[in-house]
Design a protein around this ligand. Structure first.
Ligand SMILES: Cc1cc2nc3c(=O)[nH]c(=O)nc-3n(C[C@H](O)[C@H](O)[C@H](O)COP(=O)(O)OP(=O)(O)OC[C@H]3O[C@@H](n4cnc5c(N)ncnc54)[C@H](O)[C@@H]3O)c2cc1C
Ligand code: FES
Length: 259
């Protein structure tokens, strides 16, 4: 884990409300694993919580990429920064996704949750299927990028403005059934809203497969010191414990999480 001052190399809109930010961050990029995150100090944010957590979207050639949605004070201020400005970044933080597979990888993303899954899609030893769901087409991100990487992509929107109408579990369940008919095993990886994570986790347990879920909790320190991000968890022997999403996660296997 490093705390470094990084220069902004590129900062551009991706889609309505979503931006990509590329930083010159050799020390962090060289260690980054999919599913890990960085904690970025937002300049001119005056209160005590000065940093904001963002998943690592990409890390190549010393460059660190994040994909973010403008939702409030911090991301608004981040948005105003220009190429050449510098940012203090701590990372890589947390525990990432495993990169070994037992079967066909199935990625399930909601909104900016696609960011760590794109990085994962690049690093997994084989391609599989990606399912991207959102309320409307404006929140469907990176489908072309995943297709370009060789993944088969399904999109769903609740208002029918892009892909199939309905929840992302519709094409996911169809794919799971097809794999089961062929007696194939699969590994699930998901990042998005809690409802989606719960649904994916239930499928992992029901089909006796592994389901790796990225939890999104409000964070303050990002390094396990403040207890802002606590989550009830279960050990393999069934014992319950309270973990910190920033330090013990953000990736957990579905059986570990007590919702
Ligand atoms: C491990 C992790 C990885 C993340 N990765 C990304 C990412 O790749 N891209 C991205 O755009 N965002 C990501 N987030 C969420 C991001 O940290 C928040 O959107 C950001 O902190 C909001 O800051 P703000 O000051 O703009 O919003 P605030 O002014 O603090 O809040 C504005 C609104 O956003 C909500 N909000 C604040 N923090 C979160 C949060 N953690 N999750 C959900 N809603 C929140 C608030 O409840 C409020 O409604 C991640 C969060 C975590 C914990
Ligand atoms: S954010 Fe402080 S303990 Fe996790």
């Amino acid at each position: 884990m490093k705390d470094i001052l990084c220069k902004i190399i590129h900062h551009a809109p991706l889609k309505a409300g979503y931006w990509t930010l590329t930083l010159d961050a050799k020390e962090i990029a060289s260690q980054a694993q999919p599913g890990q995150f960085v904690h970025i100090r937002i300049p001119s944010l005056e209160n005590t919580a000065l940093r904001r957590p963002f998943s690592i979207f990409g890390a190549t050639d010393g460059k660190l990429k994040i994909l973010y949605k403008t939702v409030g004070r911090g991301t608004d201020k981040l948005n105003a920064l220009k190429t050449g400005d510098t940012l203090s970044v701590i990372g890589p933080l947390g525990k990432g996704f495993p990169l070994t597979l037992k079967g066909v990888p199935l990625l399930v993303a909601g909104g900016y949750g696609v960011a760590p899954l794109c990085f994962l899609a690049e690093k997994l030893p084989r391609k599989g299927y990606a399912f991207i769901g959102a309320r409307t087409a404006d929140d469907i991100l990176c489908s072309e990028l995943l297709q370009y990487m060789g993944w088969t992509v399904y999109t769903t929107t609740q208002d029918g403005s892009m892909g199939e109408t309905g929840l992302v579990t519709l094409p996911l369940d169809r794919q799971i059934n097809q794999l089961k008919l062929k007696n194939l095993t699969f590994d699930l990886f998901a990042c998005g809203p809690d409802g989606m994570l719960k649904a994916v986790g239930q499928r992992a347990i029901e089909h006796n497969m592994l389901g790796w879920l990225s939890l999104d909790k409000h964070m303050v320190c990002g390094v396990g010191a403040c207890l802002a991000c606590i989550q009830k968890l279960r050990k393999e022997d069934g014992a319950e414990w309270t973990g910190r999403v920033c330090r013990d996660g953000p990736i957990f296997e579905s059986r570990e999480i007590i919702w």
